[in-house]
Design a protein around this ligand. Structure first.
Ligand SMILES: *[C@@H]1O[C@H](CO)[C@@H](O)[C@H](O)[C@H]1NC(C)=O
Ligand SMILES: *[C@@H]1O[C@H](CO)[C@@H](O)[C@H](O)[C@H]1NC(C)=O
Ligand SMILES: *[C@@H]1O[C@H](CO)[C@@H](O)[C@H](O)[C@H]1NC(C)=O
Ligand SMILES: *[C@@H]1O[C@H](CO)[C@@H](O)[C@H](O)[C@H]1NC(C)=O
Ligand SMILES: *[C@@H]1O[C@H](CO)[C@@H](O)[C@H](O)[C@H]1NC(C)=O
Ligand SMILES: *[C@@H]1O[C@H](CO)[C@@H](O)[C@H](O)[C@H]1NC(C)=O
Ligand SMILES: *[C@@H]1O[C@H](CO)[C@@H](O)[C@H](O)[C@H]1NC(C)=O
Length: 416
């Protein structure tokens, strides 16, 4: 009887923990799957990467879910350059495709990486920590560049399929069964666009909340690489210690040429009154992230200079005066922004986007606005929201010596 009660309490406790932030994940217990992922599975899953940074991160999350559930090693496609990035990279930006076309392009990616060296390959490992992913979720990952150089690479080039699209996600187990009827005996499963598998998140969450939370933390709220931690250190010293994060999402085709343009004026007015309504006092510092260079000037105009607004421009062109702000006390040596940018082997647009993503999500609180942007929500803003939940942990990584970041690993000491 007592044992039953104890078990019931334990179940309740672990259920609660699944919702808690990183800080309490260290008390997770090992799951019954613990032995399955000790070695890198010799079956693989690969997908077509497309669209912007945030959509690619969601794709990573969804592919990681299937890799986890079907016990496959996840092969990661290149990180595509930021839309509008002037930098020329081997893999350009792309739109969504149907299942078969998507698979064909993914196979082309496999061929393309055979002809380039590792520095020409734009790897996600530049910005996120692959070891942490494996430690924390049990999912083994590798770049397609590396995969093609293993004995299994030929399986991608040989891949053919007779299916037109991925199975529908009704229940999670049915999905996995259906998946296996197509891919069970394939060395590599090619799944078209992983981003497009929108229903997977919710279905898997219902099936295994613990694993879902871990995968979401390791992908959407990724543990930044040491290079990215340095980039954030180099950036954050140019804003005051106490600031509020704001992100304005403008439609992809939209340019903010005039601050009083009706649509923009309306959204600015809503944004500024919600900031005032939250008791952000006059003179408070705001970091405004946005792709539009005019966003900050218009914010000042609409708020009548009520706040001290900073943006990417103040990070890349800091005034000497700004060194006087009560900046964060960072224990490790801070590289120059130029050096920190130079160390990351990706296009400039993606690095700027990372600065906005990190600085907005590290604000004490955050506010969002969308101007001439049709979808109901912005994936970039969703990611900021998720990251903000772990603000304390990431602040610790940034402020303390980067080598200390290994302490985060202890949260993932459940090595499957
Ligand atoms: C990789 O290829 C590029 C372009 O061909 C070249 O400039 C670079 O030196 C190469 N790097 C290595 C490490 O081989
Ligand atoms: C790919 O196909 C070729 C030719 O049919 C075959 O020789 C090779 O073993 C295949 N590779 C893999 C990994 O299946
Ligand atoms: C996979 O191979 C096994 C053994 O040959 C066979 O029993 C099974 O039906 C195959 N699965 C599929 C989906 O073809
Ligand atoms: C803002 O501050 C005022 C005055 O201190 C207070 O009356 C009000 O409740 C506060 N509003 C919020 C949303 O905290
Ligand atoms: C910054 O850290 C150093 C060393 O830990 C300490 O001596 C100094 O007082 C700190 N400065 C501030 C402003 O907290
Ligand atoms: C950071 O940690 C490393 C390894 O523990 C140590 O060698 C280095 O001196 C530390 N740097 C600072 C600035 O504390
Ligand atoms: C960062 O270092 C400071 C001083 O050593 C310490 O008090 C703080 O707890 C550390 N934060 C994290 C998150 O490790």
């Amino acid at each position: 009887m007592r044992v039953a009660i104890l078990i019931a309490i334990l179940i309740l406790v672990s259920y609660e923990l699944a919702f808690s932030p990183l800080s309490s994940l260290s008390v997770y217990t090992e799951t019954t799957d613990e032995k399955l992922f000790k070695e890198r599975p010799k079956k693989f899953i690969f997908y077509y990467a497309h669209a912007g940074f945030s959509n690619q991160l969601y794709a990573l999350q969804r592919a990681m879910i299937i890799a986890y559930a079907t016990r496959r090693t996840l092969v990661i496609p290149p990180l595509l350059p930021h839309i509008g990035s002037a930098t020329h990279t081997k893999f350009g930006g792309r739109a969504g495709k149907n299942f078969k076309d998507a698979n064909n392009i993914a196979i082309e990616d496999g061929k393309a990486v055979m002809n380039i060296n590792s520095t020409e390959f734009t790897s996600w490992s530049e910005i996120l920590d692959y070891d942490f992913i494996t430690d924390f979720t049990g999912v083994h990952v590798m770049d397609v560049w590396e995969f093609m150089r293993t004995e299994f690479g030929g399986a991608l080039l040989n891949f053919t399929t007779d299916i037109d699209e991925m199975p529908l996600v009704t229940s999670w187990m049915e999905f996995v069964d259906e998946f296996n009827t197509h891919f069970e005996n394939e060395t590599i499963a090619l799944i078209g666009s992983a981003f497009a598998l929108l229903d997977i998140d919710q279905a898997f969450k219902l099936f295994d909340e613990d694993a879902f939370e871990r995968i979401r933390i390791a992908s959407l709220c990724f543990l930044p690489s040491d290079k990215v931690l340095d980039l954030i250190r180099a950036a954050i010293i140019h804003v005051p210690k106490h600031y509020v994060g704001v992100h304005m999402r403008f439609g992809d085709m939209y340019h903010l040429s005039q601050c009083d343009e009706t649509n923009a004026a309306e959204e600015y007015s809503k944004l500024i009154s919600s900031i005032r309504g939250a008791n952000i006092t006059k003179g408070s510092a705001i970091y405004l992230g946005s792709k539009d260079g005019n966003a900050k000037n218009c914010f000042d105009e609409h708020s009548q200079f009520e706040f001290r607004v900073f943006s990417l421009h103040d990070i890349t062109n800091p005034l000497p005066l700004e060194k006087k702000f009560g900046v964060y006390n960072i224990s490790s040596e801070i590289p120059s922004l130029t050096d920190a940018m130079g160390a990351i082997n990706l296009d400039k647009g993606t690095k700027y986007l990372l600065i906005d993503l990190m600085l907005v999500s590290l604000g004490h609180s955050y506010f969002f606005s969308r101007v001439s942007f049709r979808p109901k929500s912005s994936t970039f803003q969703e990611i900021i929201e998720q990251r903000h939940k772990f603000r304390e942990q990431y602040m610790g990584l940034i402020l303390n010596n980067s080598s200390d970041h290994h302490h985060l690993r202890k949260y993932g000491d459940v090595r499957y």
